[in-house]
Design a protein around this ligand. Structure first.
Ligand SMILES: NC(=O)c1ccc[n+]([C@@H]2O[C@H](COP(=O)([O-])OP(=O)(O)OC[C@H]3O[C@@H](n4cnc5c(N)ncnc54)[C@H](O)[C@@H]3O)[C@@H](O)[C@H]2O)c1
Ligand SMILES: [Zn+2]
Ligand SMILES: [Zn+2]
Length: 397
């Protein structure tokens, strides 16, 4: 029997690489004839994983983490028709059946058939259907023909694997944030958060032709990373307000489009930056976005947060000044990114050198065994996107 190892959540602050079952083409007692087994080529650590590892969700101990997966198909179920053994594929982090109303409408982030508890599923994530995560050597991917994006040329793809690994989540997610905020040629944009999603969003804004992209955070190294590819930056912990800092850059205290790449663990601004204030980013974006503008909200908000700052926050209820957004006719787009809507086009943008995403998010490739260190460094705010290389095929950089 072949072996497998995966990054396992052991309890708040602790992950460990453990022996786990080799995946089978099975869903409970039923055969999973529409699925494939992947040998994982690269699998990334995400800010979304950190919410679980920090104990800020109801994730049970023992779950195998990892929803950002790229791999080679080593086994196919009977009903898989178009994906073949040997294909190198990117896996959208959303699991989708391809058959329900939402999938047919391309809302694959809220597929109705893959999670009995609520719409939407993902690999290795709390409340997302119990699918086994892919920060591992091998993983099962169901509904393979529908879910998988095949890279057209394996050698060409391996040469750009550090970039293509971002297609499973952060690049489409950042791009979706930009598109849903209405970014077009000439837009002025504010992106809250300079983590990997914020940086992927900023790079996407330039791909879409934005005139200026201003990235806000409070970690100096992350702001420097944003400047490394041409962004302007705002330090939200400064006494000077975000609106005033924006005015110093674009001449007015507002932008055309804004994107929340922070989510519910947001810090306050100015003197409040030392502590968490979960509604800060949403309220600040309503303040600085022009009337009739749109706000993209890929940053994650949860329905249950054991570590929330008060009773309301523990249930995902935040004090949002919706009256201001209403008065300005703002459009809000929330939720998981429907990765499949964007991943093919973004793959082409990578293959034809239109976007340097690995450079923008500062990809660092590490061994599977070094995942606990990756989690720690990322949690401390390293300006890096950690990519695990479970079979040693990418090599450390
Ligand atoms: N919608 C989706 O499909 C989707 C997909 C991937 C990630 N996410 C979510 O996107 C968010 C970002 O992911 P990431 O991997 O970049 O995480 P991250 O934790 O690395 O980045 C968040 C950044 O926000 C900064 N921050 C905190 N408060 C701030 C404030 N008030 N203003 C500006 N910046 C502030 C932090 O310092 C940090 O650098 C997370 O909530 C993650 O769960 C959503
Ligand atoms: Zn992710
Ligand atoms: Zn579906």
């Amino acid at each position: 029997m072949a072996s497998n190892r995966g990054v396992t959540y052991m309890g708040p602050g602790v992950v460990d690489v453990q022996s786990i079952d080799f995946p089978k083409l099975a869903l409970g007692a039923r055969k999973c004839e529409h699925g494939v087994i992947l040998k994982i080529v690269s699998t990334n650590i995400c800010g979304s994983d950190q919410h679980m590892v920090r104990g800020r969700t109801t994730a049970p101990k023992g779950i195998v983490l990892g929803h950002e997966i790229t791999g080679e198909v080593i086994e196919t179920g009977r009903d898989v028709e178009f994906i073949k053994k040997g294909d190198l594929v990117s896996v959208p982090f959303n699991i989708a059946c391809g058959r329900c109303r939402n999938c047919k409408e391309r809302a694959t982030g809220v597929c109705l058939n893959v999670n009995p508890a609520r719409p939407g599923a993902a690999y290795g994530y709390v409340d997302m259907g119990g699918w086994i995560g892919g920060q591992a050597e091998y993983v099962l991917v169901p509904y393979a023909d529908f879910n998988l994006l095949k890279f057209p040329d394996k050698d060409r793809a391996m040469a750009k694997i550090r970039d293509l690994t971002c297609l499973s989540d952060i690049l489409p997610t950042g791009y979706h944030g930009a598109v849903s905020a209405g970014v077009v040629a000439g837009s002025t944009v504010y992106v809250a958060g300079a983590g990997p999603v914020g940086l992927a969003c900023a790079a996407s804004c330039y791909l879409l032709g934005a005139a200026v992209v201003i990235v806000g955070d409070l970690i100096p190294e992350r702001l420097a990373q944003a400047r490394s590819f041409g962004c302007e930056t705002v330090d939200v912990s400064k006494k000077v307000s975000v609106a005033e800092q924006i005015e110093q850059i674009v001449g007015v205290p507002e932008v055309d489009c804004a994107v929340d790449c922070v989510g519910f663990e947001a810090r306050g601004h100015g003197a409040d930056a030392s502590h968490e204030a979960p509604a800060t980013v949403l309220n600040s974006l309503m303040e600085i976005t022009r009337a009739a503008g749109a706000i993209g909200i890929p940053g994650l908000y949860v329905t249950d947060d054991p570590g929330g700052i008060d009773e309301n926050a523990r249930l995902g209820r935040l004090s949002i000044r919706i009256g201001l957004g209403w008065a300005k006719s703002h459009v809000f787009t929330t939720g998981q990114c429907p990765v499949m809507k964007y991943n093919r086009q973004l793959m082409q943008a990578i293959l034809y050198d239109r976007i340097q995403i690995a450079k923008a998010v500062n990809v660092e490739v590490i061994r599977l065994d070094d995942a606990p260190r990756g989690y720690k460094d990322f949690d401390k705010g390293a300006a890096k996107k950690f990519v695990l290389d479970p079979h040693g095929v990418i090599g450390e950089n």
